[in-house]
Design a protein around this ligand. Structure first.
Ligand code: GDP
Length: 657
């Protein structure tokens, strides 16, 4: 085949094609005119891949540029810099980004003689920072001996050697669109079975191995199974960010739903690379184009519609196009150049934590930099401990875990929280010191929130228990949102695991209901329950549990009836009074009148009486509504004191939701 014909077919120039072919692994000379027919198909396919990758590269470059501008803007907003109660001069200089020698000179001018490794207090630091035009705010005490970087970005900036790491992927989307099915299918087809085959625990992450179509190498992809958007919020609140890529599942037999939009919101806030998996394409009613049209309508125009959104039609249930989806993930990962230093500072984020009957507190984390080893002294949010064991995602003991690896940590003293950051400390004693500082901070926060929150008249006290920590946190966040000016749900006790006899006794003593998620009463607790009028409910679906609480709260708060203004009218004429009724004519000045409106009559600004409507007319016909500026006839009952020239104000009574 002629090079120029092939170039035309590939929508490029012959010289560009000839320049790229050797780079793509085809032995074609720089000045070739003909291409061997047997190579054409392979070249077309490789060229399409190459194009796809170039598009992705451009997209990622533009995303990175955007995120850098955003960070610059954030910095430019002159946020106060947090300074702990005491800090070394060197650290202080680093925080305010001023040369340490200049800081020392400024300190001397202020009458403080301090070397770079000596500590100064917040008040001194604040004055010096002000002299440099830098705003500061009192921050938390420094953690004893751990690195002071709080962000994975800071850690990575300091690492000298970085190597590629596997991508971390989350699957998101509306309920029933197929997230679980997709994760299960990938698990079945791309995760090698354990020897025992018995993964009984709740595993919140796994690694799939996928063949890279370019290199033929098997590459790992880490999938995490987050309990929901709330978990993302929690993680962000604690500085955690684990995922790189989001697969947004949208069902081709449905449409973009509210939860799809919520997911997109999270994906954009978290700055995740996006792949839309248009699922259930095996169904006869599937309509891929309809989904693409809807995506275009919300500024996510698919690539084949001239936009930038990568869409892969799949059937999660029948395993169709799953390889293509996973290859796209690898492609995105390659061009995103996801890197970490396995030998560097340890940093990881907890994605799930619970108490295991046999193992005690366990936490599953994604390692984001460095490597965690059995025997390490680890600080993890407000908990920590010496690592007694590490388990991989198939619950097999492993000696260490490196970047992008999901790992379950054994040996923490208490249960960690979703989003807690994992760091290495020099020895276990440091953990105690740091924990004390944390607990003071938490106590301070608690007193603050207590004084802020006013006591409500109607509350439902509950004891809340769940199977895993992630759900407990998600539920607490959501329950906090169930509020009414006069009522709220009050979680008096929370915890993990089944309801115990203690829970029943406590619930009974304080009149609290026992509300559980994927837990049940122990047999002892069940016996105790039999003789008591205690409410115990358990759910396996989060929103059903929340609906229950909302409904119960509604039941105990008395309905409030409020007045809602409807309109105002001038009385133009008053006709005869017949028994209990008065017939009047008028014009609506503002708003409207309906037959169920109630009225009050005003003369010279003073209210003289009130009543209701027996009939509303317009042009001598009974009607259901008359709006401004139309005239009306009215048969009213009540205080029949109305005169020509009076003003009638209308309202209705409504139940407040
Ligand atoms: P999730 O709520 O998003 O996790 O959705 P699920 O994975 O639980 O799927 C909801 C329902 O859709 C289940 O009955 C699945 O069997 C079904 N489903 C998921 N993927 C497919 C698919 O590709 N084709 C068909 N026909 N059904 C699917």
């Amino acid at each position: 085949m002629n090079v120029s014909d092939l170039a035309r077919q590939l929508k490029t120039e012959p010289n560009i094609l000839l320049e790229k072919l050797p780079l793509m692994g085809f032995a074609v000379g720089e000045h070739a005119i003909q291409i061997d027919g047997s190579q054409v198909d392979a070249i077309v396919s490789a060229w399409n891949q190459y194009q796809k990758r170039e598009r992705l590269k451009q997209k990622i470059a533009s995303m990175q540029a955007q995120s850098e501008t955003a960070t610059e803007q954030e910095n430019a907003e002159n946020q106060p810099i947090q300074i702990p109660p005491t800090i070394t001069v060197a650290d202080f200089a680093k925080r305010i980004k001023i040369d340490v020698s200049k800081v020392i000179i400024k300190l001397m001018q202020e009458g403080v003689m301090a070397a770079f490794n000596q500590r100064i207090d917040y008040a001194t630091a604040h004055i010096v920072a002000e002299d440099f035009g830098v705003k500061t705010a009192p921050g938390a005490p420094e953690a004893a001996t751990i690195s002071k970087e709080t962000d994975i970005k800071d850690i990575l900036k300091k690492e000298e050697t970085l190597s590629l790491r596997p991508p971390v992927v989350v699957v998101m989307g509306h309920v029933d669109h197929g997230k679980t099915t997709l994760l299960d299918t990938i698990r079945k087809t791309h995760v090698a079975d354990t020897e025992s085959g018995a993964i009984t625990q709740h595993m919140s992450a796994y690694q799939a191995r996928v063949k890279d179509p370019d290199t033929g190498d098997m590459r790992p992809i880490t999938f995490i199974d987050t309990p929901g958007h709330e978990a993302f919020r929690e993680m962000r609140g604690r500085g955690g960010r684990v995922a790189d890529i989001a697969i947004l599942v949208v069902s081709a037999d449905d449409k973009i739903q509210p939860q799809t939009l919520e997911s997109i919101n999270v994906i954009q806030t978290e700055k995740l690379a996006l792949i839309v998996a248009i699922n259930k394409i095996d169904k006869p009613e599937a309509d891929i184009e309809r989904i693409k049209k809807q995506l275009s309508e919300i500024n996510l125009t698919p690539e084949d519609w001239g936009g930038e959104t990568i869409c892969v039609p799949i059937s999660a249930k029948h395993g169709k196009n799953i390889d293509e989806l996973l290859e796209t993930v690898l492609l995105l990962a390659t061009v995103s150049e996801l890197k970490a230093n396995p030998d560097g500072t340890l940093y990881g984020t907890v994605i799930e934590a619970h108490i295991d009957k046999g193992l005690g507190p366990v936490a599953t984390a994604i390692i984001q930099n460095g490597t965690v080893y059995v025997g390490d002294a680890i600080l993890c949010g407000e908990t920590g401990g010496k690592i007694k064991g590490l388990l991989d995602y198939q619950a097999r003991p492993i000696p260490s875990a490196d970047p992008a690896t999901p790992v379950t940590l054994l040996g923490l003293k208490t249960v960690a929280r979703v989003g807690d950051i994992l760091k290495r400390v020099q020895n276990v004693r440091d953990i105690k010191k740091i924990k004390k500082q944390h607990s003071i901070k938490v106590a301070m926060q608690k007193t603050q929130t207590k004084s802020e929150g006013e006591k409500r008249e109607f509350t439902i006290p509950i004891i809340l228990k769940t199977d895993v920590f992630g759900t407990l946190e998600a539920l607490l966040g959501e329950i906090d949102k169930i509020k009414h000016p006069r009522g709220a749900i009050e979680v008096v006790k929370q915890g993990l695991g089944n309801f115990t006899e203690n829970d029943v006794l406590e619930g009974d003593a304080i009149g609290a209901r026992l509300v559980g998620f994927k837990v049940k009463p122990t047999s002892g607790a069940e016996q105790l329950l039999r003789n008591r009028k205690l409410v115990l409910v358990t759910y396996t679906v989060i929103y059903e549990l929340l609906d229950y609480l909302r409904d119960e709260l509604k039941k105990i708060i008395p309905v409030e009836i409020v007045e809602e203004p409807q309109g105002e009218a001038d009385v133009l004429a008053v006709f005869d009074k017949s028994g209990k009724y008065l017939i009047i004519g008028g014009r609506v000045k503002d708003g409207m009148i309906t037959p169920s409106s109630l009225w009050r009559v005003f003369r010279e600004g003073e209210v003289l009486g009130e009543g209701s409507i027996a009939e509303l007319q317009s042009n001598k016909q009974a009607v259901n509504i008359v709006r401004a500026p139309h005239e009306f006839g009215l048969k009213v009952r009540g205080d029949l004191v109305i005169k020509e020239g009076d003003i009638l104000k209308f309202h209705i009574m409504k139940e407040l939701e």
